[in-house]
Every structure is written in structure tokens, then in C-alpha cells.
Design a protein around this ligand. Structure first.
Ligand code: ADP
Ligand code: MG
Length: 721
């Protein structure tokens, strides 16, 4: 066995559905299997009695085997092995599907420990495909004490519980890994993390860590292994980031002429006084403009914190700078937006900022090209042909170009692109960033903007190649959204207020959680409100006379657009949606957001959802309705009413949420193990320091072969790249 062997080479009898499941889990090779880490461990002690086992739960039961036999399933004719398991409290059917040989290994009267998942209905419960171990406890030692006293005699063991997919159970993975470890293949794998580094941070070597991760004797072992793999991952990401940074430091920047007086005059013409945070961000960017290598900066600020004005002020300096060795023309700015609506909105905003200046502004989207000012009126923009637009951008006549991804297309060439601004950057991934950066072979200054509040350690990791500036202040006089966390008995209060707002012509969102529950038969998933069901319920029982629309990820793009348009046009008053509305939706007339199953969302995410109703000058409301209303849920959710900004919430979130609740892979392209480690500032900083030191001495990782291949693998999976 070799770590790079395909799974199918060593597990020959894989069914098609199992192959599909493995693919879905991202497991192709033996190595992938080893890196498929348990989400948690279960203590397989004498945890329960047969009569108390409930459907859907993971159990470990001690008992006596009765009447093992094999039969064929009635319809499918699939072979089934079955037996009864008996303890003093009752008896239970055990079934193994497609594993008839198991019955032969069991004998009537055998005392076993069975670990598996309860299946069936509460009337007809059975234990499905359990792990069976003969136990040293004899039935006569136990009497009718329900095995309670036997616990000391039995060696305690931790069972890993893995993320599963239909066809591949946690137990299957457990067995597969046991087989691999038995073959000794893990001993042959090369450890990419240098030995002295492991020693420095007291981390186990790869082979040890793999055993401790998958078959730990103690919880400390598994924690130590998790820490090691988290370090490995964060360190690898930091290597990539350090290299990118090193690369950009090698490049020359186009020199922007920094005329601070002119800049101040420009800012004075804004219809508002910039906040301290805005001024700070502008100054930081201006300082970057004066350096010899291109800026790479991430601007993080809550929705409404005024990032557009920061972009405009700094764009002004660029659009009034003369290119090197030229007597006419100016440097150019590209402003990339994720949607057409946003691009148009920014175009209009820029026009209002630049109306008194002789600077042309262009808009390019999939559907049109526009230029400001028009020939006829100094106050208006006109539509122009794509060819004309391309010509004017290529000869440098339009210094500021705002657009959607149409901006990135090869047909659009700039004469001297010196500044690239990317709005809502997490929606693009780094491909666009790099494409923009390489237009015409010059490396422009880069400003990435985002409203997604993420903890500092996460930013340091996934955006490690960027410098970070926070806009941690809102403009004065903004009415905060009135936020209330409501228990079940207060639900009607929310509906009463909602009705009042609707009567005044306003609109509302109702958000239902999307479930990331691996097992859809689990109770939690069944309880959770689905968008469709909730829309029906509201229509039928609560708001029969109101037009209700729905929006969720499973809808076709055209259906989504249609639904969005109806809501934007006011044809529907309530939009019941999943968290897809989190980004990009801007309906100023919507003043209420009601969030169901709120405890399933991260605080930062709830904060962003709430941002959807912040766009209006009217008083807005956010009702947070958890499904279960315990003290800890209430305390966590109440942070929403207290926190000053999204960053505070993101930090709080990271410190509070359990593993498996952080959705790292899903959202950021880092594993759950690494997400857990991001709570540990020291670990992240250590990984960063080590990575930068290595890149400094060996920029192309020539002397670190295993690290290079790890980094290479990483490059393709990180953050939507
Ligand atoms: P975001 O950071 O979400 O991109 P915007 O740039 O769209 O925020 O700004 C939101 C609103 O706040 C805009 O209407 C803008 O004109 C206004 N605004 C920005 N800065 C200030 C300020 N310093 N004082 C008052 N209003 C401001
Ligand atoms: Mg914005």
C-alpha cells in the first residue's frame, strides 16, 4: 500500500454509490482517506440500555447475541444478516445489509459490545450495521444491574465519528482507516513539516499524529493530533501567502502623484464629513501609493460603513496622476463589482462625487456600456457602443472604469491601469484578482473590499498576502436596527409589528436556515423550517392577504431572478428565503427581517443578514427567533444587541461555536480542524512567522520538496480559486 494509491486499488468491492460518496467526500487516494478527519469522538463506554435507545441516535450497547441468521430482503433480494441483542432492559433487532458473512461470526449467547446508529421508527427500532466486539464481561457477572458496574472492567475507547455521505458511513471509514494503519502505510508517508519545527511547538510527527487522530487512546492524544494538522494547514496556506507577497514585492508600482491638498479639497466636496475610520483608511492607502511596490490591501468594513467613498477618494488621486514619461493622459482605475446592480449603483455614486471635476467615468456590464459625462450634457451619462468603449479605455481617455466581470474580459485593454478596486471581493475568488492584476503586464495597486466580518486570525490566514485595514466605525446619525431576540411565546409580537410595517407599505424578509446536517433523517434536520413550508404556513395562518415570495439555493437562476425582481418591484411584500439574501440584495423599502432557527447561524452571518434592512433611512427591525431557547443560546444571540460591529461578533463567534459549526470548508476553503485552530492566535502567528522565514531563505521551496507539493495541492482548493 502506498499513500498515493487510489482507494479502489485496496478496497475492491466498492459499489457505485460508495464510489460516488467517496468522490463527494473528496477521498480519492489513501492519503485523502487519512486526511478525512473525525468530526468528533464518541466515548464507547456502557452508555445506554437497549430500552432507552432512540431512533437516529448513535449508541454503544452491551448485551447478548440471540439467534443470528442470514436472510434475503423481501423485495431487493439483498442479503441481510440479523440477530437480536438482549440486555436486562429489553431486546433489539440488529441488521447488517449486504454483509451476510457477519452472521457466521456470531454465536447465540455471545456477549458483545455493539456500536452503531439506531434506525427505523420508534415503533420498529433496529440497530443498523453496528460494529461488534466481544467483551470480557460475562452475562453472569452482570445480574440485572444493567451492566452499570461493569464499566470499570471494560477498556474505554474513543470511537471516531466521521463526516459521512450516503453510501459511505462513518463506520466504513473507520474500518478502512484501521486497515490502512494496520498495513503500516502511514509510517512511510513523508512528513512535510520540518522536524525541528514540530519539536519547537511540541507537535507529534505525521505517523503518530495520524494514529492519534483516528484511533486515539485518550482525548489528549486526539487534541494533540488536531493541533498538529491545524498547524500544518495554516502553515501551508501561509507559505502560499508569503510567496505571493514576496512576488508582489518584486514588482514595481506605477507611481501615483500624491497631492494631499487636492485630495483634501476633493473630500471636502463630499456631501458628508468622513468618519475617523474612513480618513484613516484613505491615509493608509495614500501611504501605500508612495511606496515603490504595488499595494495589496484588504479593506474590511460593515455594510454601510462608507467604503465607496474611500474608493472614490483614492481613485481621484490616481485618475489625476500623469503616467511616467508622458506629457498627457492619466493613470487608470478599474472598479470591479459582483453584480450589475451594484456596478450601476457605484457608477451613479461616482458621478455624484466627480461631477465638478473634468474626469470621465465609464460603466461596462454584460448588457451595456456607458460614459460620463455625455457630449450633450455635463450632468448626464450616455450609452455608447462596446467597440467605442473599448477604444476609449485602450487609449486611456476614460480614466475610471466601473463594471462587472465584463471588465476582466480580454477584449478590454487599459493603457495604464494603476489601481484595481474589487468590491465584495469574496464573491470573486483570486482568479479575477490576478487577471485584473496582470492586465497589460503592469501590476496595479490592489484594494479588495469586503463587508464580511471575519476574525483577525482567519483574515491573517486566508488573506495573508494582503495588508488589512478595518473600517470599524459607522457614519454618525445612522439609526441602528432595533434587534430583539424572542422566545417562542413572543413570536406574535414580531408578527404584530411586521403587520404594522406592511400596512405602511414596507416589505420584509423571513429567513430560514439552510441545513448542513450530514444525516437528513436526524431529528434536527426534520425540525428545521424549510423555506417552502414556512412560506405556506405564513400564507395560510398568519398573512393570508399578503403576497409572499420565496428564494432559495435550489431554485433555477431564472426563477431566482424573477423572485428577486418581484420583491424589488414591490409585487411581493414578504420574501421567505435562505441566507442567499445575505449578499447583494438591496431593497431599501424592506424594513423588517425575521430570522428563524437563528441559533443555526453564526453571529457574524446574522449580523450580515441584519445589514439587509440597514439600507433605509427608516427605522428598521430585526427579530431573532431561535428554535430552542436555552440560556446559552440566548446569551450568544443577545450579543447581537450589544456588539459594536461585525468584527466583534466574528471574534465572539469563533470563541463560542463548537467544532463542526464553523463551516470552514464551505465558506472559506479551510478545514474544520484549521478553523478550530484559528482560535489560537499564537498558533496562527507561529505558523505565519515560520512560513515567512522559509520563503525568505528558499522562495521556491527547492529544498523543501514535501512542503512544495503540499503547498501546490493547497493552491487549488483555497477560497474558491
Ligand atoms: P459600504 O461600506 O457598505 O459600501 P457605502 O459606501 O455604500 O457603504 O455607504 C453607505 C451610505 O453611507 C451611502 O449612502 C454613503 O453616501 C453614506 N456615507 C458614507 N460615508 C458617510 C459619512 N462619513 N457620513 C455620512 N454618510 C456617509
Ligand atoms: Mg459597498
Amino acid at each position: 500500500m502506498n499513500e498515493n494509491d487510489l482507494i479502489a486499488t485496496h478496497f475492491k468491492r466498492l459499489r457505485t454509490d460508495q464510489k460516488k460518496a467517496l468522490e463527494k467526500l473528496g477521498i480519492a487516494t489513501i492519503r485523502d482517506l487519512f486526511y478525512h478527519f473525525p468530526a468528533r469522538y464518541e466515548n464507547a463506554g456502557p452508555t445506554g440500555t437497549i430500552s432507552s435507545a432512540t431512533a437516529g441516535s448513535d449508541v454503544t450497547l452491551y448485551g447478548t447475541i440471540r439467534k443470528p441468521k442470514t436472510r434475503k430482503a423481501w423485495k431487493s433480494r439483498r442479503p441481510i444478516a440479523e440477530a437480536w441483542l438482549e440486555d436486562a432492559s429489553g431486546r433489539l433487532k440488529i441488521m447488517w445489509f449486504s454483509q451476510p458473512y457477519i452472521a457466521k461470526t456470531l454465536a447465540d449467547g455471545m456477549v458483545v459490545k455493539a456500536t452503531g446508529r439506531m434506525a427505523g421508527t420508534s415503533e420498529k427500532l433496529y440497530l443498523a450495521n453496528p460494529e461488534i466486539e466481544r467483551t470480557p464481561v460475562k452475562p453472569e457477572d452482570v445480574h440485572d444491574s444493567l451492566f452499570a458496574n461493569a464499566s470499570e472492567d471494560i477498556e474505554r475507547q474513543l470511537y471516531p465519528i466521521y463526516p459521512e455521505s450516503k453510501g459511505i458511513s462513518s463506520l466504513w471509514i473507520y474500518h478502512a482507516i484501521k486497515k490502512c494503519i494496520a498495513s503500516g502505510v502511514h509510517e512511510q508517508m513523508e512528513d512535510a513539516v520540518p522536524n525541528e519545527m514540530l519539536e519547537r511547538y511540541h507537535l507529534p510527527k505525521l505517523a503518530t499524529a495520524l494514529v492519534w487522530m483516528h484511533l486515539p487512546r485518550t482525548l489528549e492524544n486526539s487534541q494533540s493530533a488536531r493541533k498538529r494538522f491545524a498547524f500544518e494547514e495554516v502553515f501551508t496556506i501561509q507559505l502560499l501567502m508569503a510567496r505571493r507577497r514576496e512576488e508582489s514585492a518584486q514588482k514595481n508600482a506605477l507611481r501615483v502623484t500624491v497631492d494631499r491638498e487636492a485630495l483634501n479639497d476633493f473630500i471636502k466636496s463630499f456631501p458628508f464629513k468622513p468618519t475617523r475610520a474612513q480618513t484613516h483608511a484613505i491615509n493608509t492607502i495614500v501611504d501605500d501609493f508612495e511606496k515603490t511596490h504595488p499595494m495589496m490591501r484588504l479593506l474590511e468594513g460593515d455594510v454601510g460603513s462608507g467604503k465607496t467613498a474611500i474608493a472614490a477618494a483614492t481613485a481621484y488621486l490616481v485618475a489625476t496622476s500623469r503616467p511616467p514619461n508622458r506629457k498627457s493622459g492619466t493613470l487608470q482605475v478599474a472598479y470591479l463589482c459582483p453584480t450589475e446592480i451594484l456596478a450601476k449603483q457605484h457608477f451613479e455614486t461616482f458621478i455624484s462625487f466627480f461631477k465638478d471635476h473634468p474626469i470621465q467615468i465609464g460603466l461596462i456590464t454584460g448588457s451595456e456600456c456607458r460614459k460620463f459625462p455625455s457630449k450633450i450634457s455635463r450632468k448626464k451619462s450616455t450609452r455608447i457602443s462596446r467597440a467605442q468603449f473599448q477604444k476609449w479605455v485602450a487609449n486611456g481617455e476614460i480614466p475610471i472604469v466601473i463594471g462587472t466581470h465584463a471588465l476582466v474580459q480580454k477584449t478590454l485593454n487599459f493603457k495604464t491601469l494603476a489601481y484595481a478596486i474589487i468590491d465584495e471581493q469574496h464573491r470573486f475568488g483570486k482568479v479575477h484578482r490576478q487577471e485584473l492584476a496582470h492586465k497589460n503586464g503592469l501590476t496595479p495597486h490592489l484594494l479588495s473590499m469586503t463587508a464580511t466580518p471575519i476574525p483577525r486570525t482567519l483574515a491573517l490566514t486566508i488573506y495573508g498576502d494582503l495588508d488589512l485595514t478595518l473600517v470599524d466605525q459607522m457614519p454618525l446619525g445612522r439609526k441602528p436596527v432595533i434587534t430583539k431576540v424572542l422566545g417562542p411565546e413572543k413570536r406574535d409580537d414580531a408578527y404584530t409589528l411586521l403587520r404594522k410595517e406592511l400596512a405602511e407599505g414596507r416589505q420584509a424578509y423571513v429567513v430560514c436556515p439552510r441545513i448542513e446536517e450530514p444525516d437528513p433523517t436526524k431529528e434536527l434536520a426534520l425540525q428545521a423550517k424549510s423555506v417552502k413550508a414556512e412560506a405556506l404556513r405564513l400564507q395560510k395562518y398568519i398573512f393570508p392577504d399578503v403576497e409572499i415570495g420565496i428564494l432559495h439555493g435550489k431554485m433555477k437562476p431564472s426563477e431566482k431572478e424573477e423572485s428577486m425582481r418581484k420583491f424589488t418591484d414591490g409585487k411581493t411584500q414578504i420574501l421567505v428565503a435562505t441566507s442567499v439574501i445575505e449578499v447583494g440584495v438591496n431593497v431599501p423599502n424592506a424594513t423588517v427581517i425575521l430570522i428563524e432557527g437563528a441559533e443555526r447561524f453564526g453571529l457574524a452571518q446574522l449580523h450580515q443578514l441584519r445589514g439587509r434592512v440597514l439600507r433605509s433611512s427608516k427605522q428598521a427591525y430585526c427579530f431573532v427567533l431561535p428554535e430552542s431557547y436555552g440560556t446559552s443560546t440566548r446569551d450568544r444571540l443577545n450579543a447581537l444587541t450589544k456588539a459594536k460591529n461585525g468584527f466583534e461578533l466574528a471574534e465572539y463567534d469563533l470563541s463560542l461555536r463548537g467544532s463542526g459549526e464553523l463551516y470552514g470548508k464551505h465558506q472559506w476553503g479551510v478545514s474544520d480542524v484549521a478553523m478550530e485552530a484559528l482560535r489560537n492566535v499564537k498558533l496562527v502567528e507561529a505558523a505565519r512567522t515560520e512560513a515567512y522565514a522559509i520563503i525568505k531563505s528558499d522562495p521556491n521551496l527547492m529544498e523543501h520538496g514535501a512542503l512544495a507539493s503540499l503547498a501546490h495541492k493547497r493552491e487549488s482548493t483555497l477560497h474558491g480559486e
